[in-house]
Design a protein around this ligand. Structure first.
Ligand SMILES: Nc1nc2c(ncn2[C@@H]2O[C@H](COP(=O)(O)OP(=O)(O)OP(=O)(O)O)[C@@H](O)[C@H]2O)c(=O)[nH]1
Ligand SMILES: [Mg+2]
Length: 206
């Protein structure tokens, strides 16, 4: 799949409650806002970056992402959960296929992103599994079919992130594959101030 045929949807619509004070995505991570690091990892391998967020986050996120080529997809209703955000972001994707990446994953590996696009093939989704957990916020989707399945799940009141996948044809990227390529670090995410400090240490040393 050519770069211009790929979109990255970056999820930013959460409340950062475990972070205690402020939007974690705007927090400084070794000299850059956290979300900026995530977007900069994705930009080389996709043609379009869509940031999903609430209306009130748009201006501060745009400032944090100043100079990067991104568009925004605002949830019609805030605080409706990550799966609703996936739906909003995928609806705004201009391409048939998109990866979804949580904005708090600053170590997302561009090689893994390319692998996800290669592996989705004729499927509706390609989802990594680590320790038995499906990594739906670092996965590739056939945008229209996944967004439709999210709409149906939300309409029946099911906001579980796996609900839309149950009616789709999806393939699993197994942990052994991820480990073999050195991609397990790609899934590290920042929830707390302690995790932010650990991420900064990884980037710059203590
Ligand atoms: N659109 C949208 N995205 C969300 C929502 N809740 C979480 N997310 C996103 O989903 C991803 C994973 O969520 P979490 O790691 O729990 O982030 P969070 O909800 O901001 O943080 P906590 O409040 O500590 O759980 C992040 O990229 C969030 O921005 C939501 O209600 N709507
Ligand atoms: Mg949360």
């Amino acid at each position: 799949m050519a770069r211009d045929d790929r979109t990255a949807v970056v999820l930013a619509g959460g409340r950062s409650t475990r972070f205690e004070g402020g939007d974690k995505l705007l927090a400084d991570l070794a000299g850059e806002p956290l979300v900026r690091r995530t977007v900069m990892r994705l930009a080389p391998v996709v043609g379009t970056v869509v940031v999903n967020c609430r209306a009130d986050q748009r201006d501060p996120l745009a400032a944090a992402l100043d100079g990067l080529d991104v568009s925004f997809a605002v949830d019609p209703e805030p605080d409706t959960g990550p799966m609703a955000g996936i739906r909003t972001g995928l609806r705004a994707a201009p391409t048939a296929f998109a990866v979804v990446v949580a904005g708090d994953m600053p170590f997302v590996d561009p090689g893994l992103v390319e692998h996800l696009f290669d592996r989705i093939g004729g499927h509706d989704a390609a989802v990594p599994r680590i320790d038995g957990w499906f990594q739906t916020t670092q996965a590739a989707y056939r945008a229209g079919r996944m967004a439709d399945a999210c709409d149906r799940a939300l309409a029946r009141g099911d906001s579980k992130i796996l609900a839309p996948l149950e009616e789709l044809d999806w393939t699993v990227i197994e942990e052994a594959t991820l480990r073999g390529h050195g991609w397990l670090d790609s899934f590290e995410n920042v929830n707390t101030r302690t995790e932010l400090a650990a991420a900064a240490e990884r980037l710059h040393g203590p």
